[in-house]
Design a binder for this molecule. Structure first.
Ligand SMILES: CC(C)(COP(=O)(O)OP(=O)(O)OC[C@H]1O[C@@H](n2cnc3c(N)ncnc32)[C@H](O)[C@@H]1OP(=O)(O)O)[C@@H](O)C(=O)NCCC(=O)NCCS
Length: 85
């Protein structure tokens, strides 16, 4: 198997902005690499409500790989980010 899919990641609102999300991403990347994975893809919505999440992924070293317009709803596409680990 060359790819696996995982679920959503959410930090409780009262705990956001304290480095927990970044640590969780780093730990997940380490586990994926230890299991033989070499790339990680993360996806989120393109609507403005998710601008902080988009900034978070860029801050974790991810680059946008794809944009699927109107994926979730009209005017709300899917952004896919990737990173070599
Ligand atoms: C997105 C989320 C996982 C980030 O986790 P977090 O613990 O709040 O983020 P961290 O404190 O680890 O921040 C890490 C980096 O992301 C960036 N970042 C985080 N929140 C940001 C914000 N609101 N605006 C801009 N940048 C932000 C920072 O640049 C930070 O970099 P730094 O280390 O240089 O300071 C978390 O806010 C969350 O669960 N949000 C709601 C649910 C969600 O959007 N989940 C993803 C669905 S696809």
């Amino acid at each position: 198997m060359s790819a696996r899919h995982s679920g959503r990641g959410t930090i409780a609102p009262t705990q956001q902005g304290r480095g927990l999300g970044k640590a969780l991403v780093a730990r997940t990347e380490g586990a994926i690499r230890a299991a033989g994975g070499r790339r990680v893809y993360i996806e989120t919505a393109s609507r403005p409500q998710y601008a902080p999440t988009q900034a978070f992924y860029l801050g974790c070293g991810y680059r946008q790989e794809a944009f699927l317009p109107d994926f979730y709803a009209a005017g709300d596409g899917k952004l896919i980010y990737g990173k070599a680990v």
